[in-house]
Design a protein around this ligand. Structure first.
Ligand code: ZN
Ligand code: ZN
Length: 330
């Protein structure tokens, strides 16, 4: 079978990889449908993730169809599934407290354990979840990135009376806007790129959009930071209302915390990393199943996986929403 491999930072190739023929009792073999390219895939590719290991097969936003099952598997051949790409041990203190997302033994597909950008992929069935029939592939591939947002927005209370600023309008930002909009909040989407703001207006005519300068002096009950940039973190702290909260989804390597503002305004900063499984995945699916939940325009382009170089190039440009790799035959 064919699969992608990053030999070392910057060196990505398509390779013939021998298929594993014998499954462990609890494993399933998946024939991939789509793989979504995520910001963290790009960081691994560029060598910007400290805990990444090489060589590595990239990819963690994966959906596919089961075509082989281990002896004890409860799944059936032909079922469509989504992969839950972060492992947990259920033994460390965090796992025992119900926080598998911060398991100290966590491994992440495509980062420090081989991921799934390949025609076939084998994983323990505890890391897969069935995709309901009514969810098309193009929506199902968003289950994982959207679970990140479901988890993040639960840190705060968002209702129809809440004003929310979402800084960074890439895929995670757009998903955050979609959920906050669904919850009835009054939203302002902030991004440094005009095109992204235009795109949001096209999808959600009811929400405000602004360049960072445009929200200077304004305040919001809740700020969601998905850009992962120093300036957006620092501006976020400024535009949180006294008594309000900011949720950090983007991974800004370093920034200055204006402690005086945090203290005087008595604001709360929440870090939020991935999701708890299976709960957040289940919630993500339940939202995406709703007809009214519009995410169609979040996927910008779909490339056949053999065109991976172009797909990675487009994803790196930052000019598009989600880019997908199609692993089926064309
Ligand atoms: Zn991702
Ligand atoms: Zn653990």
């Amino acid at each position: 079978m064919l699969g992608l491999l990053i030999n070392k930072p910057g060196e990505l190739e398509l390779k013939e990889i021998p298929s594993t023929t014998i499954l462990q009792d609890n494993e399933v073999k998946i024939r991939l449908i789509y793989g979504g390219i995520c910001g963290s895939d790009l960081s691994v590719f560029k060598g910007r993730l400290a805990h990444a290991t090489y060589p590595i097969c990239p990819g963690h936003e994966l959906i596919g169809t089961i075509f082989e099952v281990g002896r004890n598997s409860t799944f059936e051949i032909g079922q469509r599934v989504v992969v839950m790409p972060n492992s947990y041990c259920d033994e460390c203190e965090n796992c025992r407290n119900g926080r598998r997302n911060i398991c100290i033994n966590k491994k992440s597909l495509g980062v420090n354990i081989d991921g799934g950008f390949s025609e076939e992929f084998i994983i323990s069935e505890k890391y897969v979840m069935r995709i309901p029939d009514e969810l098309p592939n193009e929506k199902a591939v968003l289950i994982e990135p959207f679970a990140v947002i479901v988890h993040a927005l639960e840190k705060v209370s968002i209702t129809k009376d809440t004003t929310v600023a979402i800084i960074g309008c890439g895929t995670e930002g757009l998903l955050a806007i979609t959920l906050a909009n669904h919850l009835g909040a009054t939203i302002t989407g902030v991004d440094i790129k005009h095109e992204k703001l235009e795109k949001i207006k096209g999808i959600f005519p009811n929400i405000e959009t602004a360049l960072p300068e445009g929200v200077k002096g304004k305040v919001f009950d809740v700020v969601i930071e998905t850009a992962g940039a120093r300036s957006s973190f620092e501006q976020g702290v400024e535009i949180v209302k006294p008594g309000g909260a900011m949720v950090l989804v983007g991974i800004t390597p370093e920034a200055t915390i204006p402690v005086v503002q945090v203290v005087r305004k008595e604001i709360t900063l929440y870090g939020s990393i991935i999701y708890n499984i299976p709960n957040d995945f289940q919630k993500s699916i339940d939202y995406l199943k709703k007809e009214s939940f519009k995410v169609d325009q979040i996927v910008s382009k779909i490339y056949h996986f053999t065109d991976y170089a172009k797909a990675y190039e487009d994803a790196t440009s930052g000019n598009y929403g989600k880019i997908l790799l199609n692993f089926r035959e064309v």
